[in-house]
Design a protein around this ligand. Structure first.
Ligand code: GLN
Length: 283
């Protein structure tokens, strides 16, 4: 079968299965399989695929048709211009989270070195690794409760040559970081879905992404509550806290900050106009 035939048959099949962007999806799978850039496929429409390649492709198509996210199938997700290894052990990095990285790096204007940054709930390590790659003097401490996720994060730090700048700790939030840490910034994109909302998430997310990376108790605020309650002790008086927010959580998190001795300094909206990132400083 030629590449063109594969595209023409699989596109409508994906469409029937309710897969988003059907044609783009099959092209991306083919590009991954053939280790080519997607647009280069157009130069090879007539190329015949051998049986072994078709076999691999069928398996990928089957996985996507039942709802598995494309990034888990290709094993890769792009974040802040870098390619991260991902699989079902970690949450897939989201474009909104780039705002957390941008807000943090643009505020790190202090000129002492190193700049100590703690990333809580690091997952794939995308936030910690992107900050390490961007901020010259940064020294990262990244934590996660999941040892499985940290294995992926360590791979990502190596992949982007920042393994000497990022240290990973397996534990609950700040539990396992050195007591003596005085950070310039503490950042986190914690789980923030209310448990009752889980059923409303798309199947791709609900059935394939790690549930403990998504849910945060009945109101979705558990992690914020615990972070604002414990982070100050690990922060320099001049330091700041930078948190990604779930939809509609801005006023609740800002209230939690006020109750726990923080001043909200900045709230950043994402491209959809949703308040997505909050920066707070110790009062
Ligand atoms: N920090 C990681 C990310 O932003 C993981 C977040 C999480 O597991 N909730 O993708």
């Amino acid at each position: 079968m030629r590449i063109l035939d594969v595209i023409q048959r699989t596109g409508p099949y994906f469409e029937k299965q309710g897969v988003e962007s059907p044609r783009l999806t099959i092209e991306l799978l083919l590009a991954h399989l053939l280790k080519k850039r997607r647009l280069d496929l157009y130069l090879e429409f007539e190329r015949e695929l051998d049986e072994a390649s078709l076999e691999k492709l069928r398996e990928m198509v089957r996985r996507r048709a039942v709802g598995e996210p494309l990034q888990y199938i290709t094993g890769e997700a792009e974040f802040c211009g870098l390619k991260f290894a991902v699989d079902r052990r970690v949450l897939i990095p989201r474009p909104e989270t780039e705002l957390l990285v941008e807000t943090t790096s643009s505020r790190l204007t202090t000129h002492h070195s190193p700049l100590t940054i703690i990333d809580l709930c690091t997952g794939s390590g995308c936030v910690a690794v992107a900050l390490a790659a961007r901020v010259e003097a940064a020294e990262l401490y990244a934590t996660d409760v999941s040892a499985e996720a940290l294995a992926v994060a360590e791979e990502n730090a190596k992949r982007h040559h920042v393994e000497k700048k990022v240290r990973f700790f397996c534990g609950d939030l700040l539990e396992t970081v050195p007591d003596s840490l005085a950070a310039d910034a503490i950042v986190s994109n914690p789980p923030y879905i209310a448990s009752g909302d889980l059923a409303r998430l798309p199947k791709e997310v609900r059935e394939f992404e790690p549930v403990h990376a998504l849910t945060a108790g009945e109101d979705g605020l558990n992690f914020y509550r615990r972070i604002v309650g414990s982070a100050r002790r690990f922060l320099l008086p001049t330091g700041f806290l930078c948190l990604e927010l779930g939809d509609g959580q801005s006023s609740a998190v800002s209230r939690l900050c006020a109750e726990n001795g923080w001043t909200v300094d900045q709230v950043v909206k994402d491209l959809q106009g949703t308040e997505r990132v909050m920066v707070a400083r110790p009062k």
